[in-house]
Design a protein around this ligand. Structure first.
Ligand SMILES: Cc1cc2nc3c(=O)[nH]c(=O)nc-3n(C[C@H](O)[C@H](O)[C@H](O)COP(=O)(O)OP(=O)(O)OC[C@H]3O[C@@H](n4cnc5c(N)ncnc54)[C@H](O)[C@@H]3O)c2cc1C
Ligand code: SF4
Ligand code: SF4
Length: 394
């Protein structure tokens, strides 16, 4: 097992390693470095020590024959016979990646009575569809779906597996990667191919969004990534495209968790598909004032989004949160009301045509990305805007 130790005789207490550790895991006690429990064995401190006082033992890596893994898979998530748009978005990206390494794109479709969806998957870019259409796959269950995917991966050996970072995808992907013992990068914001090394370069925000990390999986296969909705654009559907549909018969898998009842999100919000979003930030001032933003959203036929503090305070539910730890949205118009424009909030704004910002602080970072900016009190500006919109509708 990997281990890290300070060689006390060599350590001079220079503190270089303290500055190099991104996890604040090192302290200097009595002029000697001490590594604490926060250490996750990342190895970043080793090179910072000019006195060779850090002894870092890496795990021995056994690499199998990776060349037997071929092709890019996209997990085709569906619910009640309707494909999730993120799966179509991933097919478009998979096509682009597949072209660079000359492999085929396979959509993996699990469910019951899902056969009609296979044509749609081909139209959106799949060269072939691996389909398991069984009654026992009617309801999503991460164990049953996960084990089915694991069996298919072991049989067909894809080199890349892409999954939407939806609620289901987020429980399915780790089940697969931990069972197969391969790497998984969650919530990627960009994917590209290092063609020479045949590695998927998976980019995602790290350290609270302060830097973008490029992650690779050089020793294991498949290379797995989840991607949030709206990060990529789907291809235009071409229903004349031809693809191979492979229908597989599989023995039922038992899960220890039984689904008793499906309860839909009571509010039925689908922020990811909204065309107009009025985003509410802490600057709105109080829960009562949220109705001002709601009235504007209603006048525009839009919906409410929010920054994280508004959710943390409890003024709006988590289902409304936009950002790194909330939803990624791609409306045509995003109206940011009393939102400062922190990087973690902006991480949730993908490919928006028009951003309008209302903020009392002319220096607020949101103005840097806004197409239109209104400097002023959001509580005064919102009713004026709503009135204008209602008037123009008349
Ligand atoms: C790991 C991590 C993940 C995070 N994930 C998210 C995320 O998913 N989504 C997210 O939003 N944040 C997230 N955050 C928090 C983020 O860093 C910011 O703190 C947050 O986005 C700020 O929200 P805000 O703009 O509403 O509030 P503030 O930063 O407090 O800004 C309020 C703004 O309102 C303006 N204002 C004040 N009064 C008025 C008024 N009367 N009229 C007009 N303007 C006014 C102010 O000038 C200010 O610009 C995350 C942070 C971390 C560390
Ligand atoms: S960088 Fe090396 S010598 Fe300096 S405190 Fe850390 S372990 Fe000790
Ligand atoms: S291995 Fe990484 S986490 Fe551990 S002390 Fe060194 S830099 Fe910090």
């Amino acid at each position: 097992m990997a281990s890290i130790n300070i060689i006390e005789d060599k350590c001079v207490g220079c503190r270089r390693c303290v500055a190099a550790c991104p996890f604040n895991a090192i302290e200097i006690i009595d002029k000697k470095a001490h590594i604490g429990e926060k250490c996750n064995l990342c190895g970043s401190c080793v090179e910072s020590c000019k006195f060779n006082a850090i002894d870092f033992q890496r795990d021995e890596v056994k690499i199998g024959d990776l060349s037997i893994y071929q092709g890019i898979w996209v997990f085709a998530e569906q619910r009640y016979g309707q494909l999730k748009t993120v799966s179509l978005e991933l097919l478009g990206k998979a096509r682009e990646l597949a072209k660079t390494i000359n492999v085929k794109v396979t959509a993996v479709l699990l469910g019951h009575k899902v056969e009609p969806l296979s044509k749609e998957l081909v139209a959106y870019g799949a060269d072939e569809v691996l389909m398991v259409d069984e009654e026992w796959l009617n309801d999503f269950n991460d164990h049953i779906y996960g084990e089915t995917m694991v069996n298919l991966i072991e049989e067909y050996k894809p080199e890349i597996v892409l999954i939407g970072a939806t609620a289901k995808g987020r429980s399915l992907a780790p089940h697969i990667s931990s069972t197969i013992r391969t790497g998984l990068t969650a919530d990627c914001t960009s994917l590209s191919m290092d063609v020479e090394k045949r590695l998927l370069v998976q980019t995602r925000p790290a350290f609270g969004g302060n830097l973008m990390a490029e992650i690779i999986c050089p020793n294991n296969r498949p290379q797995m990534a989840t991607v949030r909705p709206k990060v990529f654009k789907p291809l235009e559907a071409d229903y004349n495209r031809q693809g191979k549909i492979i229908k597989l018969k599989k023995e039922p898998i038992e899960g220890s968790v039984k689904l008793i009842k499906n309860i839909d999100n009571a509010e039925g919000i689908n922020l990811s598909d909204a065309n107009i979003i009025v985003g509410v930030g802490r600057g709105i001032g109080s829960e009562r004032n949220i109705r001002l933003a709601q009235e504007l959203a209603d006048a525009l036929g839009g919906t409410l989004g929010s920054s994280r503090p508004v959710v943390d305070i409890g003024w709006l539910p988590y289902s409304r949160q936009v950002g790194q730890t909330g939803k990624t949205v791609a409306p045509k118009i995003y109206i940011a009301c009393g939102i400062s424009g922190a990087i973690q909030h902006l991480a949730g704004l993908a490919d928006i045509e028009t951003v309008i910002a209302i903020n009392s602080d002319p220096e607020a970072p949101i103005f840097k990305i806004a197409n239109y900016g209104i400097v002023g009190d959001v509580r005064e500006i919102l009713p004026l805007l709503t009135e204008k919109i209602r008037e123009s509708k008349k």
